[in-house]
Write a protein that binds this ligand. Structure first.
Ligand SMILES: Cc1ncc(COP(=O)(O)O)c(C=O)c1O
Length: 460
């Protein structure tokens, strides 16, 4: 029985999979906040290059991966699929566990899977500089790496609480030549507005997105090199690029003649989860029996307690209204260490599939996630990112469930990143400084008041 299942370089997928072609209920259109009508490609042109906008709205099932992107993917892809033999032995449950190791990329997570194509498409469209936000710093470091590969400038607005907790991610960005500043900052209108209301704001992904979008759309007026904005999750084209994970996993599982009963991923904006899961969702829509589980923190329970509604993707209301699970765009989550899961919204494609009952959403508390991460490190050896630990907590839950039910199960989990730059969070956990936090319904109801007047998506 192999512990690592590899693909040869010439077996790397040559196309991404676009789930829009197979959705039983199509995603409802993003709305222009001024007119409340569906946004057209031209509305998005100041923010994204047109070649990425075309991918965002594409209904084609398969989209070719450009050779220039494949060349860069080969730096770390195909990523290995592991059989978690040591964890299996430790748990003693009737489960076979496979995990896709996305921690082998230069930035240490799945994020370069989309950073590389995004930088590439911006470059061929003539863009010189990219502005973005980052939570934990994983996305910012991935984009810094990708921009460096394609000779673009990168400016990263990093959520302040993570900027302070995670200096090493900033240094990674600097090493790849990017500029990284804490958000809210005094460099944008959006940042100054937030700081005038709360000078000690810990920041949020929603605020950092507002700053980065403003940076991009004002670049020409401000005399900066031609800039577009880039998002590390949530949007359709981001999820599309990440499907290289699940497509590789399917080929790797086929090599050992296996197929999962359960697919698990953690979900912040939904991209690593979707990237691993969507090729399997395709099979499920076609009739396969398979459980697909997206895991989020109880402190930021977007899918499990939020509302499926039209809402802004950012705090200062610069983005279109997206049909998604949301805790309200004004929501500022508790500073849990899994910075990448502290987003008020969820990818519209994932949200629609949750509404359709194809994907199960589950929330897990912080301490359980760190316990799972330590169990993993003490069996499989690798130290996981705090975000990834959410998937591992659900994996362990499923293994125990299989034992209780006396059923044999094959589980695939997306190991979205390593935690070697997150050891301060492990230190806090070992010192007993972390706690669980269940976001109370009253806080959610309060934050959702901000979207009461917006149009409502169809719920069916
Ligand atoms: C290692 C890791 N996993 C998961 C996530 C969550 O993001 P997404 O839901 O887009 O995959 C992040 C975000 O920064 C991350 O760094």
């Amino acid at each position: 029985m192999p512990v690592k299942i590899f693909l040869n370089e010439d077996e790397i997928p040559r196309q991404w999979y676009n789930i829009a072609a197979d959705m039983p209920n199509p995603m409802q259109p993003p709305l222009h906040p001024g007119t409340m009508q569906p946004v057209g490609p031209q509305d998005l042109a100041p923010v994204f290059p047109m070649n990425l906008i075309e991918q965002e709205v594409s209904q084609e099932r398969w989209i070719d991966i450009p050779d220039e992107v494949l060349d860069k993917y080969l730096i770390w892809r195909p990523s290995p699929l592991y059989r978690a033999v040591h964890l299996e032995k430790f748990l003693g449950c009737p489960v076979k566990i496979y995990y896709k190791n996305e921690g082998v990329s230069p930035a240490g997570s799945h994020k370069p899977n989309t950073a590389i194509p995004q930088a590439y498409y911006n470059k061929v469209f003539g863009i010189k500089r990219i502005a973005t936000e980052t939570g934990a710093g994983q996305w910012g470091s991935a984009l810094a790496f990708a921009c460096n590969q394609f000779g673009l400038e990168a400016k990263v607005y990093m959520v302040r609480v993570s900027y302070e907790q995670k200096p090493y991610r900033r240094l990674m960005m600097n090493t790849w030549g990017a500029t990284c500043i804490p958000s809210p900052s005094t460099e944008t209108e959006a940042g100054r507005k937030i700081l005038s209301m709360d000078p000690n704001s810990p920041g949020s992904l929603g605020i950092a997105i507002s700053e980065a979008v403003e940076d991009a759309v004002t670049s020409e007026a401000m005399g900066r090199p031609l800039t577009r904005y880039s998002l590390g999750s949530v949007l359709n084209h981001v999820l599309l690029h990440q499907t290289v994970i699940g497509l590789e996993a399917q080929k790797q599982l086929a090599k050992v003649g296996d197929y999962p009963d359960i697919v698990i991923g953690c979900a912040g904006g939904g991209s690593n989860f979707a990237g691993c899961a969507f090729p399997f969702v395709r099979d499920k829509i076609a009739g396969k029996k398979i459980d697909i589980i997206a895991v989020e923190p109880t402190s930021c329970p977007t899918m499990t307690k939020g509302r499926f509604a039209y809402d802004f993707g950012d705090t200062v209301q610069m983005t279109p209204l997206l049909p998604m699970h949301t805790l309200g765009h004004t929501f500022v989550p508790e500073p849990i260490h899994a910075g990448g899961l502290r987003y008020h919204g969820m990818a519209p494609l994932v949200s629609q599939l949750v509404m359709d009952g194809i994907i199960e959403a589950r929330a897990v508390p912080q301490l359980e996630t760190f316990n799972a991460g330590v169990t993993w490190a003490r069996s499989e050896g690798f130290i996981s990112a705090p975000e990834t630990n959410h998937a591992l907590a659900a994996l362990i839950q499923e293994a125990h469930k299989a034992k209780e039910e006396g059923k044999e199960k094959t589980i695939l989990v997306n190991w979205s990143g390593h935690g070697l730059v997150d050891l301060a969070a492990y230190d806090a956990f070992f010192q007993g400084k972390l706690s669980d936090y269940d976001l109370p319904q009253s806080a959610i109801d309060e934050a959702l008041k901000a979207i009461e007047a917006f149009p409502k998506p169809k719920l069916g």
